[in-house]
Unconditional design. Structure first.
Length: 220
């Protein structure tokens, strides 16, 4: 092959490689580069790195008879609500500090709730304010980190039904304080923010039965 033909062949290969490279960069879509969202979706679908963090909540509710036997049990997942997202944002940027947790138990039709006031409140046992005189407020909620798995913590507590009814709606709430207040000192009920909530098949409850609640929340 002559020197001139060799130069022409090499030039053709260079042009072809450049065209392929440009096609990969610009997505062969009229010269517009692929968006970041598309790239992230491609990485996620192909098993590539994915930096998204999701909040998962899993509930166990058990209804216990006065003699200690199990009357009913329900297990389900919950949803992080928009207020919960705002709370996380305010904590991460230092606008607020985290305080007490609460769990709310009720029915979509509150008249059908097993609590005289319509809702049962299981409040963080670290609460130092004046206890409520409401019959449906229980200061039994314990908050604990998983000793093995990072990013997982559990809320556990109990309540006692004051009348016959059913539960089919629950929510977790997180109190927050001003950023100048240390979390260890944020132990009163001030700004209550809904964090997660869920609806589920009704769990029937009879007055006098105890309701055991366990919520496992993971950040993954």
């Amino acid at each position: 092959m002559g020197r001139r033909k060799l130069y022409a062949a090499v030039a053709g290969v260079v042009v072809l490689v450049a065209a392929i490279a440009l096609g990969l960069v610009f997505g062969l879509s009229g010269g517009q580069p692929q968006g970041t969202e598309s790239t992230q979706a491609t990485l996620a679908s192909s098993g590539g790195p994915n930096e998204a963090i999701q909040v998962h909540g899993h509930w166990n509710i058990e209804v216990i008879n006065p003699d200690g036997t199990l009357a009913n049990r329900q297990e389900f997942d919950n949803t992080l609500v928009d207020m919960g997202k705002s709370v996380l944002e305010s904590l991460l940027v230092g606008e607020n500090s985290a305080g007490m947790w609460m769990v709310r138990l009720t029915a979509t039709q509150q008249a059908s709730s097993p609590f005289a006031s319509g809702s049962g409140w299981i409040i963080d046992n670290r609460y130092t304010g004046t206890p409520s005189s409401a019959p449906d407020t229980f200061y039994t909620l314990d908050v604990a980190r998983d000793p093995i798995t990072p990013g997982v913590f559990t809320l556990t507590g109990t309540a006692t039904a004051t009348k016959d009814g059913g539960i089919n709606f629950v929510a977790t709430q997180l109190e927050t304080c001003d950023a100048s207040t240390a979390p260890s000192a944020c132990t009163e009920l001030q700004a209550s923010n809904e964090f997660t909530m869920a609806s589920f098949n009704t769990v029937d409850v009879v007055a006098g039965q105890q309701i055991l609640v366990e919520v496992n929340i993971s950040l993954q």
